[in-house]
Design a protein around this ligand. Structure first.
Ligand SMILES: Nc1ncnc2c1ncn2[C@@H]1O[C@H](COP(=O)(O)OP(=O)(O)OP(=O)(O)O)[C@@H](O)[C@H]1O
Length: 441
């Protein structure tokens, strides 16, 4: 979906909501122009900085809700002012006859930016081979391993390379969650033909986090059929998971055996040397001046995964900017200490929010996760859902799961109810403030 289609659909939802009257709509919403959409952020241009402020305080949460309803993705708005927009580089005419589908690839996830080391060498080699000869060498290619070790990066590097070599190729990256949502959406709206048209006409299908197929029989069936259709046409399939296919709970045998047709490669945690090399590459790309000693020190301190290594570097960068000092060993040590403190201090999860909200309102956790419809339970439950949405980055379906397996629409409606009541109920505002303070302690 491009920015204009998405924006038009979101705009229609604003228009249909009586909360936004004609004037509000015309002044704040209709005056915005869609600029770009990268799969996560829809950039819109608004006429003045006043509009930006108004968007930030009054429209953002509805926007996110509507965007989720349309795409089943967490999409946030970014407002910019006239003149801020990058000049459009897109050609006026389509250069090829290729169907216009967004591959959803991060352009930074390339082979050039991937540091090879112990733990990912084999995965890198397999990825490169597949990108040079898709559909021929290892099909399917399956990466497995722990979080933040570069599986998504490598998988998308294949996509970027295939597109660079063959601009006409149709490449599609999806998370398993997105595949599942698309499938359910197609079923509910009688759009299976369209769904199959999209998924079975790609040259390269990249599916991330296959472990989320666990316990989803219907989606597994459809995935099996998609897999077969592509495989028979020699189209390349690449998948990732946090474990081997046969270790994924209730993954049907026929899928497990299909996945074994190709090559499964694991990615393991990088050693000290590789971590230092990754840090050096990241620091260079961000123009940071950090000595080798300091680099090794950081790599020695953060030994979990590459995502945390990147997080530590950003933290150090921000810390140095804040203190307006160069990056010295002392500054790094202090910065990492503060990072570790915030990490242990603030593990906000829906579970913790449920527990805190339950004790605040003197109701039980079980009731908040249950189905009782009495007001004394329903309101705390809605408040807990609202806070989980606000204070964690869990998706609506994930939050629903934490509340005893509720549907994402239930969470969405709860957030909506709380937002609406906030305008008229000062007591609710006070309760939310107190809960937020308690949760941040
Ligand atoms: N070898 C590497 N060289 C450069 N960057 C890397 C490397 N490995 C991982 N990264 C970076 O670390 C971050 C996390 O990697 P990625 O998202 O690919 O992990 P993942 O294995 O898919 O994790 P998850 O299962 O949690 O999604 C990304 O920003 C990625 O660019």
């Amino acid at each position: 979906m491009n920015e204009t289609d998405l924006w038009n659909q979101i705009k229609a939802k604003f228009k249909a909501n009586p909360k936004f009257d004609h004037n509000t709509f015309a002044t704040w919403i209709d005056s915005a122009k869609p600029i770009s959409f990268d799969g996560k952020v829809l950039t819109i241009e608004v006429p003045t900085s006043l509009h930006q402020d108004y968007w930030n305080s009054n429209l953002t949460s509805s926007f996110i809700e509507y965007a989720y309803g349309i795409t089943h993705q967490d999409i946030t708005p970014k407002t910019i002012l006239p003149g801020d927009a990058q000049p459009l580089t897109r050609p006026q005419q389509p250069v090829t006859q290729k169907p216009v589908t967004d591959p959803h690839l991060n352009p930074n996830y390339t082979f050039d930016t991937f540091v090879i080391g112990q733990g990912n060498q084999m995965a890198h080699a397999a990825a490169l081979a597949v990108s040079e000869d898709p559909g021929k060498v290892y099909n399917p290619l399956f990466f497995y391993g722990g979080v933040g070790l570069g599986k998504t990066h490598l998988m998308q590097a294949i996509g970027n390379k295939v597109l660079a070599n063959h601009p006409e190729a149709v490449v599609k990256y999806v998370t398993t969650e997105k595949f599942t949502n698309d499938f359910i959406d197609a079923l509910q709206n009688n759009k299976m033909q369209e769904f199959r048209g999209i998924y079975r006409k790609v040259d390269l299908l990249l599916v991330d986090d296959i472990q989320f197929l666990a316990n989803k029989e219907g989606t597994q069936d459809e995935f099996f059929n998609t897999f077969n259709a592509l495989y028979e046409e020699n189209k390349q399939i690449v998948m990732t998971a946090d474990r081997l296919p046969n270790e994924i709970n209730s993954l049907t045998d026929r899928l497990v055996s299909r996945f074994k047709w190709g090559l499964s490669v694991d990615i393991t945690a990088p050693d000290l040397e590789t971590r230092s090399a990754i840090l050096r590459a990241k620091a260079k790309s961000e123009g940071l001046d950090i000595s080798d000693d300091i680099m090794s020190y950081i790599a020695g301190q953060i030994d979990s995964n590459v995502r945390e290594l990147e997080g530590a570097l950003s933290h150090i960068k921000a810390y140095a900017a804040l203190k307006q000092t160069p990056i010295t060993m002392d500054l790094v040590a202090e910065s990492l200490r503060s990072l570790k403190l915030t990490q242990t201090k603030n593990p906000l999860t829906p579970e913790l929010i449920i527990k805190t909200t339950a004790s605040y309102f003197s109701v039980s956790v079980r009731d908040l996760k249950g189905k009782k419809r009495v007001q004394s339970i329903v309101q705390p439950r809605q408040i807990a859902m609202y806070l989980a949405r606000e204070l964690t980055d869990n998706s609506l379906p994930k939050i629903g799961e934490s509340f005893g397996g509720k549907d994402h629409t239930t969470v969405m409606n709860a957030c909506k109810k709380v937002s609406q009541r906030l305008g008229t109920d000062p007591e609710l505002k006070k309760q939310l403030t107190e809960l937020r303070t308690e949760l941040k302690h």
